[in-house]
Design a protein around this ligand. Structure first.
Ligand code: HEM
Length: 459
């Protein structure tokens, strides 16, 4: 059986997708100079003064004093030290390469070209540690920017974003903290999501246990959505550009990295890796696999991208998706529900679809506001053409809903005519938005306004 743990993550009903304990806030003292750079780096430091990234050209000077810790790194065995080292080198690599793009953006409103050679005192230990973890040597969502980067301010309190802070930062401003710590916050409900996913997969011939798991699945997605919605207050949309450039990838961002990135002292040829993105989070892919939305993904570049992003996750997460997919394929959910005409199970599944829709539609509103209204740069940090891709996945949810509704009958919980009315509103919203977007000179504000006009605004 493939492992679901790597000593840092353990994908189970206790930990969900969060690390098994709080990540290290600092590196061990043997990496003092590296830790100092991480602390001095943010545009705004913890003490409120400007850091290295506040000045054009400073990071290029600062990294010259960094020793090459390759020999030390090779001795490390502890998963938490390895994760913290990967995080530190990821931050340093992105800060060093993307600092010129950030400063050009401040001056001109356009991202300039990045530094395209990573010096060996960064690249050699970075690639070594990436190989030990089994991930690409570039800032990722799991070990580096998000899940492996939090510490609790008050250890007695929970995972609400306001009690979380970042161990390593780029801008150092509160909007960066709110943005990425909210991703951690949302994952506080992932243990129940994993529990319900295994529950659905394993209750093949037991209707009551299937219904119990489906109910937990839908309820957990609802809680996840409630936390997701808090993004609007955790991070102000106008401030997304303060840190966005630092999470860009090499792949798909030709304007920033036209020639890829040379890892000096490691590879002669340039490398291309995708950037950090919430699309590396596991909640929605898990929901899609369990609920069957994945069977309605269109066959296009977006689907290829989402599947490519599986490789940008820890191996234990990739194993989890593989096992779950196999289980769900061996006994497709809708077939199980229709075979016994399990109307209650169908109702729970429809509730889960509603939540997946609300997640994706709310998330689409994030994209409209945080990205489309802030910049004309049409590439997302993961390197995708934003506008055309995000709505595709909403359509996949519509198809799954339609298919399920064909099997459902009126009951105490669910009335078809009412459901159709609300479904048509959702379809109308997306169609109208796509109509506006089909014109080159579209106004992002009018796309956003439609959410409210049709009564589907996210807040
Ligand atoms: C202001 C907040 C956010 C913005 C601006 C945003 C932006 C984006 C963009 C542009 C993409 C396109 C793919 C790419 O990265 O290249 C994307 C994809 C994605 N994001 Fe986000 N995101 C935000 C918050 C979140 C959060 C909080 C989560 C979940 C924890 C999340 C989960 C996803 C997922 C699962 C995808 C893949 C597309 C899908 O399956 O529908 N995002 N996001």
């Amino acid at each position: 059986m493939k492992s679901l743990s790597d000593g840092f993550f353990s994908i189970d009903s206790k930990n969900g997708f969060l690390p098994i304990k709080e990540p290290l806030r600092n590196l061990p003292s043997r990496y003092e100079t590296l830790q100092q750079l991480i602390d001095e780096m943010p545009v705004l430091k913890e003490d409120g003064t400007p850091g290295i990234l506040a000045n054009h050209g400073s990071i290029e000077e600062a990294i010259k004093i960094l020793p090459n810790y390759l020999d030390l790194v090779k001795l490390e065995k502890d998963s938490f030290v390895n994760a913290a080292l990967f995080r530190a080198y990821s931050f340093l690599a992105s800060a060093y390469t993307l600092s010129p793009s950030h400063h050009k953006f401040l001056k001109t409103g356009k991202y300039g070209m990045a530094n395209d050679r990573l010096p060996s005192n960064i690249s050699q230990p970075f690639v070594y540690i990436s190989n030990s973890l089994g991930v690409y040597p570039w800032l990722d969502y799991h070990y580096a920017y998000s899940l492996g980067n939090y510490f609790k301010i008050d250890k007695e309190k929970g995972f609400n974003w306001s009690n979380l802070s970042m161990a390593a930062k780029f801008s150092g401003m509160d909007d960066e903290r709110g943005f990425i710590m909210l991703h951690v916050d949302i994952n506080q409900h992932s243990p129940d999501l994993v529990k319900s996913a295994f529950g659905v997969a394993n209750s093949k011939n037991n209707e009551s246990s299937l219904n119990k798991s489906l109910k937990l699945f839908a309820n957990t997605l609802k809680k996840i959505n409630e936390r997701r919605r808090v993004m609007w207050e955790a991070s102000r949309w106008k401030h997304y550009n303060d840190f966005r450039v630092f999470i860009m990838g090499i792949k798909g961002n030709e304007e920033i990295f036209p020639n890829g990135l040379i890892y000096e002292g490691v590879w002669d040829k340039p490398k291309y890796f995708r950037g950090q993105t919430g699309a590396q989070d596991n909640i929605i892919p898990t929901a899609d696999i369990v609920s069957g939305v994945i069977n309605f993904y269109p066959e296009n570049q977006l689907t290829k991208y989402l599947l490519d992003l599986r490789k940008y996750r820890p191996i234990c997460v990739q194993n989890f998706f593989e096992i779950l997919t196999k289980e769900m394929r061996s006994a497709p959910l809708l077939k199980r529900l229709t075979k016994t005409d399990n109307q209650l199970g169908m109702y729970h599944l429809m509730s889960a679809y509603e939540e997946i829709y609300f997640f994706r539609n709310g998330h689409w509103q994030f994209v409209q506001k945080y990205i489309m209204q802030n910049t004309k740069y049409a590439k997302a940090t993961g390197g995708t053409p934003i506008i055309s891709w995000i709505p595709n996945q909403i359509k996949a949810v519509f198809s799954a809903m339609q298919n399920l509704s064909d099997q459902m009958k009126d009951s105490n919980h669910w009335i078809k005519s009412k459901w159709i009315e609300s479904y048509l509103k959702k379809v109308e919203l997306l169609n109208k938005q796509l109509e506006i977007l089909s014109i080159d000179t579209f106004n992002p504000e009018s796309v956003f306004k439609l959410n409210e006009e049709i009564g589907l605004e996210d807040f």
